[in-house]
Design a protein around this ligand. Structure first.
Ligand code: IDP
Ligand code: MG
Length: 156
């Protein structure tokens, strides 16, 4: 099982899209194992996006991400990192395909609603940035037996 760090960005929260975006992950069969409504401190936004430090959009990105509350989620499932990235769609709202979160809910390239970790290494780093030990929960859903075929002893 993988866990990925998802952030519903300030535009998603301000536009009242949290419920509809979370519903997509739940509908897919992914499990919410952590959730936190928070206003990201500048220092944390800078660390989270440190790989983009040299890019021209970095100052605006950090300003945007700290401008208003976000909903930080830990989302778990077999292949959750890639599944969530595919559900998010391409980075730019103007390019993202219909059917994806960015494709269906936005047109902006910078206000693009959602962040999702792009690799297992990034997920581990980002989860540790936003969640303290114990805040990502181990819990089993009543319906889990029908989300995956477990007949071979592992999720299929
Ligand atoms: P990702 O969020 O799809 O992984 P990244 O390339 O990692 O995309 O960029 C991080 C965030 O920075 C994007 O989600 C978007 O908010 C912003 N961003 C990326 N490229 C641009 C740009 O060219 N102009 C404005 N904002 C950008
Ligand atoms: Mg990225």
């Amino acid at each position: 099982m993988e866990t990925t760090l998802i952030i519903l960005k300030p535009d998603a929260v301000q536009r009242g899209l949290m419920g509809r975006i979370i519903a997509r992950f739940e509908d897919k069969g992914l499990q919410i194992v952590g959730a936190k409504l928070t206003k990201i401190p500048m220092s944390l936004a800078e660390r989270h996006y440190e790989a983009h430090k040299t890019k021209g959009f970095y100052p605006g990105l950090v300003k945007f991400m700290t401008s208003s509350p976000v909903l930080v989620l830990a989302v778990r499932g077999n292949g959750a990192i890639t599944i969530a990235r595919n559900m998010m769609g391409a980075t730019f709202g103007s390019k993202a395909n219909p059917g994806t979160i960015r494709g269906d809910f936005g047109v902006s390239n910078s206000f693009n609603l959602i962040h999702g970790s792009d690799s297992p290494e990034a997920a581990a780093r980002e989860l540790a940035l936003f969640f303290q030990p114990g805040e990502v929960l181990e819990w089993s859903r009543a319906g889990d037996a029908w989300v995956y075929d477990m007949s071979a002893g592992k999720p299929e």
